[in-house]
Design a protein around this ligand. Structure first.
Ligand code: NDP
Length: 391
């Protein structure tokens, strides 16, 4: 019996529910729980198959554990916010069920973007005989699997990886973020960081740009950012000398962000407003469009992939693996835009890998630690086909 508990009813949660509901043989019973019950009900009403909905505050370990026990869930898919990762992991541990998420733990008070606190669960998950799968979205997620696939099939040693993330879509707003604004703005306002010759190197935020010609989109300015998958990939790729992450931004977006930053609106330090503590970034989030509301009018495509340089049989080799996803096609299929879709589909696939036992092992794992082949097949079959190019 495949009993699944999904926590988080945002843009990504919607896609996970739709995709899992389409696989009744694997996910026989689905419960969607989130802080606001109405959001769960709205998603429930958009799915053809009956699913259960519940209210839960995932900051409370006890509440999550009780819900796992009540639903008999065998796996919890966490697509709430990164702030809830540790409480949900702890609840899974206590209840003895598998865990999956799409983003690493973040403390509400400080930006870290690192895995240490989640990796610290490894021994206890292993002793309990359960699996934690970290970062099963697109990036992290599919990009980690692309790396494992390149390592398995195309290289003896991968010397350099550039992860290239382009949203070539247009939503018609002057300024909006494609996923949770708080997490998104935290991520892109931190220092740029990459790994080279055995050490981490930092540069000021948005200070290094290159242009990359994204298939089906065209050339776009791409900025070096720190992104969490770099931390685990550095540990798991053979012969690696350099790994970087790039994301595209338009000038309009960057100008808005610079102005908001200059006036203090992207800060997570509370300020006093007429006797009330206010966190500027949380206030800004309230003003910005809900990312899922962008979906109905979003046009254009995303292209996310990895460019690899390395050696095979003594010869130099360059391989590019990528996926292209169309915003409007995602909306037609599940009522979501492509950023939610490209995250939600790999979350469903990761869940299927665990539920069927294709990926298993006691402990806490990143995506590249498992065999990439079945995951890559599922990407092709479930809406995120990929291309490999030898350059
Ligand atoms: P949204 O903000 O749209 O949705 C988050 C959901 O979590 C909301 O329904 C929210 O409820 C719920 N939630 C927040 N706090 C709690 C809580 N304490 N208890 C229960 N539910 C809670 O975010 P997205 O759907 O865009 O993103 C979901 C996750 O996916 C995030 O962690 C994000 O970082 C990650 N992501 C990963 C990507 C990848 O490629 N790996 C790419 C994009 C996103 P409410 O509405 O009531 O606040």
């Amino acid at each position: 019996m495949g009993r699944l508990l999904i926590i988080g009813a945002g843009g990504v949660g919607r896609v996970v529910v739709h995709k899992c509901a389409g696989l009744p043989d694997i996910f026989e019973q689905i419960t969607l729980a989130s802080r606001t019950l109405e959001k769960c009900e709205k998603i429930r009403d958009s799915v053809k198959r009956p699913i259960d909905v519940r209210r839960v505050d995932a900051d409370q370990i006890e509440e999550v554990r009780a819900l796992i026990e009540e639903t008999g869930a065998e796996l919890v898919v966490n697509v709430a916010l990164p702030y809830q990762d540790l409480t949900i992991m702890e609840a899974c541990l206590q209840a003895g069920v598998n865990y999956l998420d799409t983003a690493n733990y973040e403390s509400p008070d400080e930006s870290h973007f690192e895995y240490s606190q989640q990796w610290a669960f490894h021994e206890r998950f292993a002793e309990r005989g359960i699996t934690g799968l970290l970062g099963s979205g697109f990036d992290p997620g599919a990009t980690n699997v692309f790396c494992a696939y390149a390592q398995k099939h195309y290289f003896d040693e991968i010397h350099s990886v550039d992860i290239l993330d382009c949203n070539g879509g247009s939503h018609g707003h002057a300024f909006a973020t494609n996923f949770n604004p708080e997490i998104n703005i935290r991520e892109i306002t931190q220092e740029g960081k990459y790994w080279e010759d055995g050490q981490w190197k930092t540069i000021p935020a948005m200070s290094y740009m290159m242009s990359w010609d994204y298939p089906e989109i065209g050339p776009r300015d791409s900025y070096l950012l720190y992104h969490e998958e770099l931390e685990s990939l550095v540990k798991h790729l053979r012969g690696l000398r350099r790994i970087r992450f790039f994301m595209t931004f338009g000038q309009e977006y960057l100008t808005h962000l610079r102005v908001l930053g200059n006036v203090g609106m992207t800060s997570i330090e509370p300020i006093d407003y007429e006797g009330h503590p206010v966190i500027p970034l949380k206030f800004l989030k309230q003003l910005l469009p809900d990312p899922s509301s962008l979906a109905p009018t979003y046009s254009g495509k995303t292209n996310i992939g990895c460019l690899f340089d390395g050696i095979k049989d003594g010869q130099k080799r360059r391989i590019y693996i990528y996926n292209v996803c169309d915003h409007a096609a995602c909306y037609r299929e599940v009522g979501a835009q492509a950023v939610s879709y490209t995250t939600g589909v790999p979350a469903m696939i990761g869940a299927a890998m665990l539920m069927r036992g294709t990926w298993k092992g006691p402990g806490v794992f990143n995506m590249e630690q498992f065999d990439p082949d079945p995951f890559m097949d599922w990407l092709n079959q479930h809406g995120l086909p990929w291309t490999v190019k030898e350059l």
